[in-house]
Design a protein around this ligand. Structure first.
Ligand code: NAD
Ligand code: DAU
Length: 341
């Protein structure tokens, strides 16, 4: 199989590249990545060679995309601007990469009849009330996102991802593009950019900086280890039904304060050694995924069911890969400091 992976030098994309490289030796991988601030050649450098090629370029570059797509069997599309906080400062790159970029890939996949998988987020559904505010503490209908949930994005990031999902729907129905979509919850694991919550706090502690919690820390995210996400995407690519959407999640709901306190404990710090900082405008309260469709129809199940063990491995990875993140730490923290975060 000739497989094009867009955004394969970013966090989740590079973990997927590594997953396919390790588990599916018959696949030839071409990574197309612009290497924005979030993309890093080092994430895939050690496996570049006969089976993995890296093309540095923009998914909005139609001639380049056509040249690559013309000899592909399938494309898995990860490339995007991915950070909510950045989208609140300047939404324009989000429109470019997430909307125009997806459109450019869809047109090319249509032209060359390439099987297309679009990687998206649970944030397209907006947020859910906190469980404590639901009748019976949320043990009923509507407690989690399903494929029937209404699109209701909150931020420039999530609205551009919602737009990209809609483009995929349009191309699938009208042009019979062989496409599937997945909407996944919050990933954690190695190679995640240090602007994101978990790696930011781990690298803060390793740098002698106090961790920063937005608002009161009551917001809930549904954590999944990125390797479980990779296996889910591969399962959908190879066994999923064309035209369908699958939700990916691992029953990992935790509020941010609990996650931070766990990181502090695992790193030998007092559990209150952090600062409360300015909240994110429009901050989504809670995400939670019902992944039963993926589990019952395609037989996928998460393997990282113990969040604390996954977190421990992640802490070990950032501790032993300081060269990977140290050069960027000051700039990332300076940018947050300007926003009061
Ligand atoms: P990331 O920011 O770590 O990586 C994005 C990659 O895309 C980078 O390598 C970047 O260089 C590349 N890129 C950006 N714009 C590009 C362009 N115009 N042309 C070519 N390459 C470009 O993001 P991530 O966290 O790995 O997320 C990957 C995908 O998964 C995104 O589509 C995101 O919406 C989705 N997703 C992320 C999460 C999460 O928890 N991080 C959860 C669900 C879905
Ligand atoms: O749900 C999937 C989404 O998860 C993906 O689509 C996005 O690409 C990905 O970035 C992630 O979005 P979040 O906004 O949930 O992730 P982030 O790591 O930015 O923040 C996680 C939570 O932690 C959120 O409630 C905000 C909070 N936070 C974040 C940072 C950076 C803090 O409390 N302190 C921080 O320093």
């Amino acid at each position: 199989m000739q497989l094009l992976i867009t955004g394969g030098a970013g966090f989740i994309g590079s973990n997927f590249v590594r997953y396919v490289y390790k588990n599916h030796p018959n696949v030839q991988i071409t990574v197309l990545d612009k290497l924005t601030y979030a993309g890093n050649r080092a994430n895939v450098e050690d496996i570049l060679g006969d089976r993995v090629k890296l093309v540095v370029g923009d998914i909005c570059d139609a001639p380049l995309v056509d040249r690559l797509m013309s000899h592909m069997d399938a494309c898995v599309h990860y490339a995007a601007e991915s950070h909510n906080d950045n989208s609140l400062i300047d939404p324009s790159p989000f429109l470019h990469s997430n909307v125009v970029g997806t459109y450019t890939l869809l047109e090319s996949a249509r032209k060359y009849d390439v099987r297309f998988h679009h990687v998206s987020t649970d944030e397209v559904y907006g947020d859910l009330p906190l469980r404590e505010n639901l009748p019976g503490h949320g043990e009923g209908k509507g407690e989690k996102f399903t494929t029937e949930s209404r699109y209701n994005p909150s931020s420039p990031y999530s609205s551009t991802k919602a737009a990209s999902d809609m483009l995929v729907h349009g191309w699938t129905r009208s042009f019979k593009l062989r496409a599937t979509i997945s909407n996944c919850s919050n990933n954690y694991g190695p190679y995640q950019h240090i602007e994101k919550f978990i790696p930011r706090q781990i690298t803060n502690i390793l740098s002698g900086i106090r961790p920063k919690l937005y608002g009161t820390g009551k917001n809930v995210r549904d954590w999944i280890h990125t390797e479980d996400h990779s296996r889910a995407v591969w399962t959908i690519l190879t066994q999923g039904t064309i035209g369908e959407t699958y939700l990916i999640g691992a029953n990992g709901e935790k509020d941010n304060k609990t996650v931070l306190e766990t990181i502090l404990r695992l790193m030998g710090r007092p559990s209150d050694d952090y600062e409360l900082v300015k909240d994110r405008p429009g901050h989504d309260l809670r995400y939670a995924i019902d992944a039963s469709k993926l589990e019952t129809e395609l037989g996928w199940k998460p393997e990282y069911t113990d969040f604390e063990t996954g977190l421990k491995h992640t802490i070990e990875w950032y501790t032993s890969h300081q060269d990977w993140w140290k050069g960027e730490k000051t700039a990332v923290e300076d940018k947050y400091a300007q926003q009061g975060q």
